[in-house]
Design a protein around this ligand. Structure first.
Ligand code: NOJ
Length: 700
C-alpha cells in the first residue's frame, strides 16, 4: 500500500456511516444550517460558493471543527474563464490551437482557485450535431477527433500542476454520456444512439479526458439505452469503471438522482438512491437523495456499505491528490493579483482573435485600413457589452467587456466611427432601422454587428429558428439597398442560418461570443493586425430542416439520391472552413509508403504555399475514408491537423505521422478493430477542398 492508500484506508476505518455518507453529499446552496451540517460531517462538497474568505471560513469549520477534519471540495461552473471571460468553448475550438485552449483553462483555474474553487465542472466534451441545442456553445463542435484533443488540452489546463506538485483544481469532463445527442435539440431530452455510435463518436473525447488524468467526471441528465445516466449501471459501472478503468469521482448532475423519479425508473427516493449507488455515482449534487436515504438503505442492506466505502475512497483520493489534507486554504490576497490581470487579458485578446472565422471576403474588402473614411457601425452588437460574455459566464461582468465601438474608437486614428443600433434582439419597432439607414447612407463602409443574445444559448436555451432574431434581417434588407461595402459580424452561441444573407454581404466574420476582449479582437481582425485563421468546427446549415447535418456522415446505399426535394444536402459552409487575408496552394501530397502494416504508422508530407503578401496561419486538415469495412464508416473523417505559420510566398513542407489506430472502426460486436483494406487520404484547407491519395493497410 502506498502512503496515500494507507492514509485513506485508515481514515475510512475511523469514519462513521453518517460521516461516510456526508462525503457523498453536495449542496448547491448555502443556508443557516450549513455550519451545523459541516460540523456534523454531513457534507463533502459544495458548489456555487463565492469568495476566498468565505470559502476559507467554511473550510475552517470542516478542517478544524469536525471530528476528522476532512477538507471540503468547492466546485463551480467555470466554463470559459472565471472573471476574465474567454470566447465560448465552441468559438475557442475554431482556433484549432490546443495550446491556447489549454492556457485558457489554466488561467480560468488560477482565477477560480484564487477565489477558493478547487473543482471545475468543465470541460464539456459532449459531441453534438444539433445547433438547436443551446449547449452546443459549451463544447468543441461536431467532431470527436478534434473533440478528444480539445478535451485533453482543457483537462491538462485546469489540472496544471502548481509549484507544490499538486493540480490547481480537479477538472470534471461532462456530461457522461450522450447528452449532446438530445433528440430534437431539446435540452435534457432522451437520446437514442447505438452502442456503435456511442463508441465511435461520443465516447472518444471522454476517454481522452480520462487518459489525460481527469480527476472527476459528471454524469448526464439524459437517459441512454432507456436508463438515466445517474442510475445507469451498464454505462457507469460496466463501461466507465470496469472497462475504462476510471477511478475518479462520478458526480451526478444537479438533482439528477432525484429526477430519476420523473424519468419513471425509480418509484421513490430510496429506490433512486439504491440505483445510483449501485451504478457507482459517488456524489449526489443537490438532490438530497443520498442525505435522506442512504443511511436507512445501508441499515437495511449492510452488504451495501462496501459500495459506500468505495465511493468515499474515490472522493478522499481526489481531496488527497489536490493536496487539501495538507493545505486546505487559499491565499486570500491572491485574487486581487490574478483576476483580470494584464497577462490574462492579453491571452483573452489573442484567444478571441484566433477564434474568429472569416467566411466571405469579396474583392478582398478586408482587411480595412485606417484612413480618412467614415464607418457606420450598426446593429444590436454595435455598442453592446453584455452579450459578448456568452452563456455560463456568471462571474463575468459586463463592465469588463471591450465593446466593438469602443475598440474601434480607441484604436483608429483617421477613421471616423458612427454608431446606430438599428434594432435590438426582441423589439419590432422599425424606427431604429430608418435612423440606421440614414446614417449608413452618409458613410463609406457599413459594419453590421449582428447575432443572437447570450441568453439564446447555454443550458435549457434551445432554438427552433436559427435566424437572426428581432428585426435584424429587415435591417440587412434595408441597408443593402444602399449598395455600399458592407461587412457582417455574426456574434452567436451557435451556428445560425445565413443562407439569405451570404450573398448580400461583401464580407462576413463569424465572431461568436468572444468574451472580455471581444471588441479588441474584432478590431484587430477587421484592420488586419491579425490575419484570421479560424476554421469552423461545426457545419453551418443552409436550413434548419437539414439538422442534424455534419461532415462525417456515413456512406449510404444511395449516395446519389437527393435527400430533400426543396434543398440539397450540403451545408452552407462545411466543417473546417475558414478564409484568410492570404490564400494557400496545396501541392505534392507524398506518402512515405502507400502500404503499411496494421501496427505501423502512416507518414506523408504536403507542400503548402502562402500565395499572398502577408503572413498567415493555416490549419492543414487530414481526413480519411475507409473504402470497405465490416460496418459502415464515415465518408470522411478527420484524423490529423497542424496549424502552421507561413510567411508571404513561402512554401512549407508539412510532415504528418498518423497512427493506424485512427483508421480503425467498431465492428458488429462493437469491438475496436483495424481492418486491412484500401483507404483514401485527404489533405486540405477544409473538409471539402482536399488533395487525395490512396494507401493500403495490410496484415502481414
Ligand atoms: C447543470 C448542468 O448540466 C451542469 O453542466 C452543471 O455543471 C451543473 N448544473 C452545476 O451547475
Amino acid at each position: 500500500m502506498s502512503n496515500k492508500e494507507q492514509f485513506i484506508a485508515n481514515l475510512i476505518k475511523s469514519m462513521t456511516l453518517k460521516e461516510k455518507i456526508g462525503q457523498m453529499i453536495q449542496y448547491g446552496r448555502v443556508n443557516e444550517d450549513t455550519v451545523r451540517i459541516i460540523k456534523e460531517g454531513m457534507v463533502g462538497s459544495f458548489l456555487n460558493c463565492k469568495g476566498a474568505s468565505y470559502i476559507n471560513s467554511l473550510q475552517k469549520i470542516a478542517v478544524e471543527e469536525t471530528r476528522l477534519g476532512i477538507p471540503l471540495l468547492f466546485g463551480d461552473d467555470v466554463i470559459h474563464g472565471f472573471r476574465t471571460i474567454f470566447p465560448i468553448p465552441l468559438a475557442e475550438s475554431c482556433s484549432w490551437d490546443l495550446e491556447l485552449m489549454r492556457e485558457s483553462a489554466r488561467i480560468a483555474a488560477i482565477e477560480a482557485n484564487s477565489e477558493g474553487i478547487n473543482w471545475i465542472f468543465a470541460p464539456m466534451v459532449d459531441v453534438t450535431r444539433d445547433p438547436r441545442w443551446g449547449r452546443i456553445a459549451e463544447g468543441a463542435g461536431e467532431d470527436h477527433y478534434l473533440g478528444k484533443l480539445v478535451a485533453k488540452a482543457r483537462v491538462k489546463g485546469f489540472q496544471t500542476i502548481k509549484e507544490d506538485g499538486k493540480p490547481i483544481s480537479a477538472s470534471c469532463p461532462k456530461h457522461f454520456i450522450g447528452y449532446g445527442a438530445a433528440i430534437g435539440g431539446r435540452d435534457y431530452n432522451s437520446c437514442d444512439i447505438s452502442e456503435n455510435y456511442l463508441r465511435s463518436y461520443y465516447l472518444p473525447p471522454f476517454k481522452e479526458a480520462y487518459a489525460a488524468g481527469a480527476l472527476t467526471t459528471m454524469c448526464s441528465f439524459n437517459d441512454l439505452f432507456s436508463v438515466p445516466l445517474s442510475v445507469n449501471k451498464k454505462l457507469l459501472r460496466n463501461l466507465l469503471r470496469d472497462e475504462l478503468k476510471f477511478k475518479g469521482i462520478i458526480v451526478s448532475d444537479w438533482q439528477s438522482i432525484r429526477e430519476t423519479i420523473n424519468h419513471k425508473v425509480a418509484e421513490n427516493k430510496k429506490e433512486a438512491a439504491y440505483k445510483a449507488l449501485i451504478a457507482t455515482c459517488d456524489i449526489d449534487m443537490h438532490s438530497g437523495i443520498y442525505r435522506d436515504c442512504l443511511e436507512e438503505l445501508i441499515n437495511e442492506n449492510p452488504e451495501l456499505e462496501k459500495l459506500i466505502d468505495e465511493g468515499v475512497e474515490r472522493i478522499l483520493s481526489v481531496k488527497y491528490d489536490l493536496g487539501l489534507f495538507d493545505n486546505p486554504y487559499v491565499d486570500e490576497n491572491k485574487a486581487s493579483h490574478v483576476i483580470l490581470s494584464g497577462s490574462h487579458r492579453d491571452h483573452a485578446r489573442k484567444m478571441a482573435s484566433k477564434s474568429i472565422v472569416l467566411l466571405e471576403n469579396k474583392d478582398n474588402l478586408l482587411p480595412l485600413s485606417d484612413k480618412k473614411q467614415k464607418i457606420a457601425l450598426i446593429g444590436p452588437f454595435a455598442g453592446d457589452k453584455e452579450n459578448h460574455l456568452g452563456c455560463w459566464s456568471w462571474k463575468g461582468n459586463k463592465d469588463d467587456i471591450i465593446a466593438i465601438d469602443e475598440a474601434l474608437r480607441n484604436n483608429l486614428k483617421y477613421t471616423e466611427i458612427y454608431i446606430e443600433q438599428g434594432c435590438d434582439f426582441v423589439n419590432n419597432d422599425n424606427n431604429g432601422i430608418n435612423q440606421a439607414v440614414k446614417l449608413a447612407a452618409e458613410c463609406d463602409i457599413i459594419i453590421l454587428a449582428l447575432g443572437e443574445p447570450r441568453s439564446y444559448s447555454g443550458e435549457a436555451h434551445n432554438r427552433v429558428n436559427l435566424n437572426l432574431p428581432g428585426l435584424q434581417e429587415q435591417l440587412i434588407a434595408e441597408i443593402v439597398k444602399l449598395h455600399k461595402p458592407t461587412i457582417a459580424l455574426i456574434s452567436s452561441g451557435r451556428p445560425l442560418i445565413l443562407t439569405d444573407i451570404k450573398d448580400k454581404m461583401d464580407a462576413i466574420l463569424w465572431t461568436w461570443h468572444l468574451g472580455v476582449e471581444a471588441g479588441n479582437a474584432i478590431y484587430e481582425v477587421l484592420f488586419g493586425i491579425n490575419n484570421p485563421s479560424g476554421k469552423l468546427t461545426v457545419s453551418l446549415p443552409k436550413h434548419v430542416g437539414q439538422i442534424p447535418i455534419y461532415y462525417n456522415h456515413k456512406a449510404t446505399g444511395r449516395p446519389y439520391a437527393q435527400k430533400y426535394v426543396d434543398c440539397d444536402d450540403n451545408p452552407l459552409y462545411p466543417f473546417g472552413y475558414g478564409l484568410s487575408y492570404t490564400n494557400y496552394t496545396y501541392e505534392n501530397l507524398k506518402l512515405k509508403q502507400d502500404e503499411i502494416n496494421i501496427d505501423e504508422e502512416l507518414s506523408f508530407s504536403i507542400d503548402v504555399t502562402n500565395n499572398g503578401n502577408i503572413t498567415g496561419e493555416e490549419v492543414i486538415q487530414v481526413y480519411f475514408n475507409d473504402h470497405f469495412g465490416s460496418t459502415t464508416t464515415a465518408v470522411k473523417q478527420l484524423c490529423g491537423f497542424k496549424k502552421v505559420e507561413i510567411k508571404p510566398h513561402e512554401t512549407v513542407t508539412v510532415e504528418f505521422t498518423i497512427d493506424t489506430k485512427e483508421f480503425g472502426l467498431y465492428n458488429e460486436n462493437n469491438q475496436f478493430v483495424i481492418e486491412p483494406g484500401t483507404f483514401t487520404l485527404y489533405v486540405g484547407t477544409n473538409s471539402n477542398d482536399c488533395l487525395e491519395a490512396e494507401f493500403k493497410i495490410i496484415n502481414k
